[in-house]
Design a protein around this ligand. Structure first.
Ligand code: GTP
Ligand code: MG
Length: 609
């Protein structure tokens, strides 16, 4: 038996540099789709939210056939929140396709993924993608890539470079052409990436990812590093702590194009999925029962951010969603844990609440967004970063932030990051009236920063973030300085009330929408909270202006996205999430109770200090 006709590669890059688009083209050009089969764009981005947001969230496996060889390909996500997916993908492969955008060049995640690949001594085929861009600068970008390899201490900088337009499905050997199809890229893979090592004779399979099928339950995804695995085999499960127990493999699947294809036997070197072990976890080895030897484990990234998810207790609970009980919430989170490997869920302060920890704002926002779509209602509290303690004292997550922006916005962005405890590391011109700034910023200071950044740069700035580790606590970071405008009673928002109150701040609601006591309907222009009557009717006696006159004067409400809502709320506030609505509210809805509590806190503060 031989592995000579097998290759395992991962496609890695900074976010949006074109990985999934390239996989599309490779699948098409290797005849993986039927002739005339309608295939949508970025077909590997199969989750609804991946399609809507245009990003890859979960690493996915496929394979293509080329010159008699089978090439297993892992498409990885580029967004920094999902870096752990990339690291685990790298544990399955013998080489990488490193994509770099021909205009954007080397960015933080390019460095991150390449450093991880080099630490595993994986050879690379470099693809300079999007050469069709107007602002493409392929030669400079190749220089940047060489510099990056040297900077990271690569032993081998003799990597092939291919210039591609993944969207058109073409590539060339030199920046100036001529164009061919993408098959030379696969030739380069066959040449450059070694076949899998044969390994010992006894089975060793490393679990690097999880999936779930409604028919067979949990699926363990990974690579056979030694031996042969048959459907029905009894295997020894070895956990990272060394404990062992046995299980039986009930189904085996290979990845072929977009399908998981059932099979009876898999050989050493192949990347496969298997079923039969309902509680198997990432990092475990499945080994020969009589000769159980563990492989080096893979670790899952530690969470950096957490939020409390709780049952929706607003007066409108259950109006829009089908799943509203704490039992439903717990079951849903349990199900998520089966496949979302860097997620953690702990019991909250009450039986109705759960502490959910993840890799960043996007990681958790995507979960919330997915649950909404499935008909769940929930309340979500203010995101907070996880802290650790070591010899340096309390530490918190920090990120490297790289910003490209027009020169005239450098001042405002630098000022904006100051109070967020950002420390500038580098600043330079990148030509064309644009600058590149690099900062080190605590993740805490970056919560909700994206929209402020886009406003500051009028949409012309690009910001990239990369988690770099836990560093000493940065001190206080001011949160929202404005108070909330709070509805003081149940009812429908009236145009008349909006007309009166819109000078008080920024309103989040429009006439006709329903509110309840304790619901936040706007941001006060002052620092304190203000209870207001937003459902006030105009007295009929002094009706003068017609309704259309009033409507004409009304400022349209500000609508916050989920991420903006989460960034906006304070400790005593909750985002109410339902399939149809996002509402902000006070944790304590009753105005009198809130008042009593506030006074008590004030007394305590005074007596304390
Ligand atoms: N002009 C141009 N656009 C491209 C090319 N390749 C991809 N794109 C576009 O770039 C955008 C991002 O492409 P994706 O394939 O989703 O990028 P990705 O690297 O998979 O993104 P993540 O998985 O989220 O990191 C899409 O709008 C593509 O159509 C190319 O060669 N030229
Ligand atoms: Mg992608």
């Amino acid at each position: 038996m031989t592995t000579a006709s097998l290759r395992n590669v991962a496609i890695v890059a900074h976010v949006d540099h074109g990985k999934t688009t390239l996989v599309d083209a490779l699948l098409k050009q290797t005849g993986t789709f039927r002739k005339n089969q309608a295939v949508r764009e970025r077909v590997m981005d199969s989750m609804d939210l991946e399609r809507e947001r245009g990003i890859t969230i979960l690493a996915k496996n496929t394979s293509v056939h080329h010159r008699g060889a089978k090439i297993n390909i892992v498409d990885t996500p580029g967004h920094a929140d999902f870096g752990g997916e990339v690291e685990r993908a790298l544990a399955m492969v013998d080489g990488i396709l490193l994509l770099v955008d021909a205009s954007e060049g080397v960015l933080p995640q390019t460095r991150f993924v390449l450093s991880k690949a080099l630490s595993r001594k994986l050879p690379a085929v470099v693809i300079v993608n999007k050469i069709d861009r107007q602002d493409a600068r392929p030669k400079e970008v190749v220089d940047e890539i060489f510099e990056l390899f040297m900077d990271l201490g690569a032993d081998d900088i003799d990597f092939p470079v291919i210039y591609a337009n993944a969207r058109a499905g073409t590539c060339r050997a030199t920046p100036d052409g001529p164009d061919t199809d993408l098959l030379p890229m696969l030739d380069a893979v066959l040449e450059r990436v070694p076949p899998p090592a044969a390994g010992g004779e006894h089975l060793q399979f490393l679990v690097t990812n999880l999936d779930h099928s409604d028919y067979v339950g949990r699926l363990a995804i990974g690579r056979v590093f030694a031996g042969t695995l048959y459907k029905g085999d009894q295997v020894m499960r070895i956990r990272p702590d060394g404990t062992q127990d046995q299980g039986r493999v009930t189904f085996l699947y290979q990845f072929e194009g977009l399908e998981r294809v059932e099979c009876d036997k898999v050989e050493v070197g192949d990347i496969i999925a298997l079923a039969g072990l309902p509680d198997v976890l990432v990092g475990e080895t499945l080994a020969d029962v009589d000769n159980p030897v563990a492989l080096p484990t893979v670790t899952v990234d530690e969470p950096t951010l957490q939020m409390v998810f709780q049952v929706n207790t607003s007066p409108f609970a259950g109006r829009e969603g089908q799943h509203v009980t704490s039992r439903a919430l717990r079951d849903r989170l349990d199900r998520e844990l089966r496949i979302n490997v860097s997620l953690r869920v702990q019991p909250g302060a009450t039986p109705e609440s759960f502490i959910v920890s993840g890799r960043g704002e996007l990681h958790l926002a995507i979960l919330i967004e997915t649950m909404r779509r499935e008909g769940y209602e929930l309340g979500v509290g203010k995101p907070r970063v996880l802290t650790h303690e070591d010899e340096r004292g309390v530490t918190e997550p920090y990120e490297q932030v790289v910003i490209d922006l027009p020169d005239e916005h450098v001042g405002i962005v630098t000022q904006g990051l100051g109070p967020r405890r950002g420390r500038m590391q580098k600043m330079g011109s990148i030509g064309g009236g644009r600058s590149r700034l690099e900062f080190l910023v605590p993740s805490r200071g970056l919560i909700g920063y994206r929209s402020a950044f886009l406003t500051a740069t009028r949409g012309a700035g690009v910001m990239n973030r990369l988690f770099i580790g836990f560093e000493p606590w940065a001190g206080t970071i001011p949160h929202r300085t404005n108070g909330a405008l709070i509805a003081d009673r149940l009812g429908k928002v009236t145009g008349h009330a909006v007309d009166i109150l819109q000078d008080r701040g920024v309103l989040f609601v429009a006439p006709g929408e329903e509110t309840y006591e304790g619901m936040v309907i706007g941001e006060n222009s002052r620092a304190d909270d203000l209870d207001v009557n937003i459902v006030r009717e105009k007295k009929l006696t002094n009706m003068r202006a017609s309704t259309s006159d009033v409507a004409a004067k009304l400022v349209p409400p500000t609508r916050l996205s989920l991420e903006e809502c989460l960034a906006w709320i304070d400790d005593d506030e909750i985002v109410e999430v339902t399939p149809k609505s996002l509402r902000l509210r006070k944790a304590i809805l009753n105005a009198t109770q809130r008042d009593v509590l506030r006074k008590r806190e004030k007394r305590q503060e005074e007596s304390a200090g």
